[in-house]
Design a protein. Structure first.
Length: 90
C-alpha cells in the first residue's frame, strides 16, 4: 500500500463520516433522543480527524500520481483548491 492508496481510503472516510453524522443527528432530532446526539458528534469528530489525515497524506499521493501518470498539473491544483474549500465546510 503506497501513499496514494492510503489517501484514497482516508479521503473517502472523511466524506462518509460527516454524512453518517448528519443522518444520525437528524434521527436524534426527529425521535428527540438525547443519547443519539453525542453519537452524531462522535461521527463529526472522526470525520474531522480523517479529513486532517487526508490533507496531510495528499502531498505524498500527489507525488505518486505525478510519477505514474501523465495527469496535468492544473487538474491536481484544482483538486487541492476543492479540498481547501471542503476543509472550511468540514
Amino acid at each position: 500500500m503506497n501513499e496514494a492508496h492510503f489517501y484514497l481510503v482516508v479521503n473517502h472516510l472523511s466524506i462518509i463520516f460527516p454524512i453518517v453524522g448528519v443522518i444520525v443527528m437528524i434521527t436524534g432530532l426527529i425521535f428527540k433522543s438525547d443519547a443519539v446526539k453525542p453519537t452524531a458528534f462522535l461521527f463529526f469528530i472522526i470525520g474531522s480527524l480523517t479529513f486532517i489525515t487526508a490533507m496531510t497524506s495528499g502531498e505524498g499521493a500527489e507525488e505518486v500520481v505525478e510519477n505514474i501518470s501523465r495527469t496535468p498539473e492544473n487538474y491536481i491544483e484544482r483538486h487541492e483548491e476543492s479540498a481547501e474549500l471542503f476543509s472550511i465546510l468540514t
